[in-house]
Design a protein around this ligand. Sequence first.
Ligand code: TA6
Length: 296
Amino acid sequence: MTLQKLKHQFQHNPNIEFLYSADELIQITVKSVFSTAIIHLQGAHVSLFQPNNQPNVLWLSPTVIYKKATSIRGGIPICWPWFGPHSSDSSKPAHGFARVSQFDVDKISECPNGEIEVQLKLESNKKTKALWPVNFVLLVKITIGKSLTVSLMSQVDEDQPVKLTEAIHSYFAVNDIKNTTLKNLENTEYFDAIAQQTHVQTSNNLTFTKETDRIYKNPNDQLLICSNNKNLVALEQQGANSTVVWNPWSEKVKSMVDFPNNAYQNMLCVEAANTGLETFITKKQQHVISQKITPV
Ligand code: TA6
């Protein structure tokens, strides 16, 4: 869909604005009565969720790059149809191809309660099949109101069950990672991707003093990010068997062109995910994972 066509199609929606972010990439600015969001058609990627008179709840790299086939650093990248490196072919994009694919606008609805729903669509094509030989439709529904909810709805048209791993890879803005706590992971098993070891977290609170890259298995679906001893964001996930928690810390960021060296101090990733071996979808099923983000 071209920018002109989209502008024409939604010309009567004063709360919806389409424009180029850069490199002819199209973004949508959505103004609900409660908040504003910016969504990029590339990757169905939310880069801003800003409740009225408050700062962006999401962290966006100060040196973010808007470029075709390059994932935006920050906001909410969609990792799909695999999470992490490809299981057998390192030439395939990390975290799947959805986050660097061009989505179409499927529908935009203004709800009676003041929320606005933006639904974007990616369908299998020659390019995707070269990476993942599956006939699929991926719908990403983004609901903008007092909260922001991102839902991935996957359908396949295959005779055999299809294995899927995925993540709603949300970056949150925090004042200081050293004074940030993630709550409600008491007695939860996690895989430490750095130490390559599995542990059980006994404490309810996770604090941050070094590079952190953990996959919590079957966690509490309701987590809370606190910053400087104040509640910041409540998270609620559905349809997820994991929560991924990541901060690259000071060393890892030095190798990342779109991540300033000190910026790790102001961000934390908490991701609703399906990882591991057990998520398969079949022809008749619509598989849904969602993360609801509520500033508190
Ligand atoms: O979600 C954690 C993680 O898998 C980390 O291991 C790190 O690779 C991060 O995602 C960012 O990945 P990206 O490909 O966006 O640089």
